[in-house]
Structure formats: structure tokens, C-alpha cells
Design a protein. Structure first.
Length: 283
């Protein structure tokens, strides 16, 4: 087994062994993950912990893990990373609200509806995203900072696709139990979430490989959680709200895929076109 593949195998085993007890406790509680930060934060840091242990065991070191930020192209992508979930939300949720498919329902006492939404979006995209780094960094240091580069270097077929599916499946237990991003059909919600996970993996992996820095992925993940799970979900209600919007909603997933393809076109490493992103191999 080549060195990248050996490291990848160790990493995935450690993520599984570390995540299983936490997922068991979470599932046994029966509570929404929003009510279980004492378990969710360690779970989100499990990929980072697994990657650190793997680097030490294999002797790979940390030279390829970069937290560079003060470069124009990295700052530019960090800005795009924060804008991306806001754009997805405005298009997907805005369509659902505008067509009357999902009810636009500001929280009681929030003031003028549009002003309240704008205020919540501003807060989520700034303070919310900054605070969310505490948890999002744990996932991104592992998934995009370690797993994807090892898949690429190890010549794993379709690394973005495989990586996205693995990341999505990691969330599946909580979705299937209805504790996270679940609609009326939990199995369908889990499948749709995996599709979304692949799309986001394509975006954040492209930015990580392009810049060599994990910051665009970390802040992209943090902003996504803060903006989509925050104001957009908070201002939505109705029978179809979990089917059309939310992280397993058709409109959110379709919008995300379209915007991801637009953003990665012409930006893939080694000049790879977006049509071949799932079969990318380093030259």
C-alpha cells in the first residue's frame, strides 16, 4: 500500500473508532443535535484528531497543512466562501418563499420581516461564522486538510466524489434518527444530504488544493452552518419546508450544485475541467 493510501486507511479507521461512541450517545439521547453541544463539538473535532494521530504515526508531519491567510487569493476565496451560503439561501429559500411553497415566517417580535432577515444574515455571516470556526475547523482540518489530499496523491478514483460520499455518510446516522437535517422521509433526507456533501466537497476541496490553505474550507463550512442552519431555516416553516429547503431540501441542493459548478469551472488544479472533476488525478 502506498504511503498516501496507508495514511488514508489509518485516518478513516480512527475517524470511525472515535466517532462511533459519540454517535451512539447522541442517538441514544434522542435529542436534536442543537441540544447536544457537549457531544457534537468533540464529534466535529474527531476528523482533526484522527488526522493529527495519523500524521504522527506515519511520520508524514504537518508541512502540507497550511493556515496561511494573509494572501490576496486566499482572502478572496474566504470572501467567496462566506458569500456562497448566503447566495444559495437567497436563491433557494427566496424561490420557495416567493412561490408560496414554504412560509416566510419571521420569529415573533423580530420587527419588519425583511429588515429582520437582513440583520440576522449580517450577524450570521460575521459573528456567527467567526464563532463557528471553533467547530468547523475540526472537520476541515481532517476532511479537506488531510483526507482529500491523500485521496488525490494516492490516486483514489474520483476523489471528490468518494470523499464527499464518505463525509455525507458520516452525518447519516443522525439524519436517519431524525436528529439532524431530516424531513418526513429520513432515508431520502440522508441520500439528498450526501448529494449536498459531494457538492460542497467539490467546492471546498478545489479551494484547498488551489491555495494550499484550509482557511477557505474552514470559513466556508462555518459560514454555511451559521447562515443556512441559522436565519434561513429560522425564517422558514410549512409542510414542505424540510423537503424543499434545509440541508436536505431539493431547492438548496440544486442551487448549491449549480453555483459550485460555476465557481469551480476553470479553477480546478492542473487545469482540469469541471466536467471531469470527479475523476481528477494529479499529473
Amino acid at each position: 500500500m502506498s504511503s498516501p493510501r496507508r495514511g488514508l486507511a489509518i485516518f478513516l479507521v480512527l475517524v470511525l473508532l472515535g466517532s462511533a461512541p459519540l454517535l451512539y450517545v447522541i442517538i441514544q439521547s434522542g435529542s436534536s443535535i442543537r441540544d447536544l453541544p457537549q457531544y457534537i463539538l468533540p464529534l466535529m473535532w474527531m476528523p482533526a484528531i484522527a488526522s493529527i494521530i495519523t500524521r504522527l504515526v506515519t511520520g508524514e508531519g504537518f508541512q502540507d497543512l497550511s493556515f496561511r491567510l494573509r494572501e490576496r487569493r486566499i482572502l478572496h476565496l474566504v470572501g467567496l466562501a462566506i458569500i456562497f451560503p448566503a447566495a444559495v439561501g437567497l436563491i433557494a429559500y427566496g424561490t420557495a418563499w416567493g412561490l408560496g411553497l414554504v412560509t416566510f415566517s419571521p420569529p415573533p417580535g423580530s420587527g419588519p420581516p425583511l429588515l429582520a432577515l437582513a440583520s440576522e444574515l449580517l450577524f450570521a455571516g460575521s459573528i456567527g461564522a467567526a464563532v463557528g470556526v471553533i467547530s468547523a475547523a475540526g472537520e476541515e482540518i481532517g476532511w479537506r486538510g488531510y483526507m482529500i489530499p491523500r485521496m488525490v496523491d494516492g490516486h483514489i478514483p474520483a476523489p471528490f466524489l468518494v470523499g464527499g460520499i464518505l463525509w455525507g455518510l458520516w452525518h447519516a446516522p443522525a439524519i436517519l434518527t431524525g436528529q439532524y437535517a431530516a424531513g418526513t422521509n429520513r432515508l431520502l433526507s440522508a441520500v439528498l444530504f450526501v448529494v449536498l456533501a459531494v457538492a460542497l466537497t467539490v467546492l471546498w476541496s478545489t479551494w484547498t488544493l488551489e491555495t494550499g490553505s484550509v482557511w477557505p474550507a474552514i470559513l466556508g463550512h462555518s459560514a454555511w452552518n451559521a447562515i443556512i442552519q441559522g436565519p434561513f431555516d429560522m425564517f422558514s416553516s410549512g409542510e414542505l419546508s424540510t423537503t424543499l429547503v434545509g440541508e436536505s431540501g431539493f431547492l438548496v441542493i440544486a442551487t448549491s450544485i449549480i453555483l459550485v459548478l460555476l465557481l469551480v469551472s476553470g479553477r480546478l488544479p492542473n487545469g482540469i475541467e469541471s466536467s471531469t472533476v470527479f475523476s481528477y488525478r494529479p499529473e
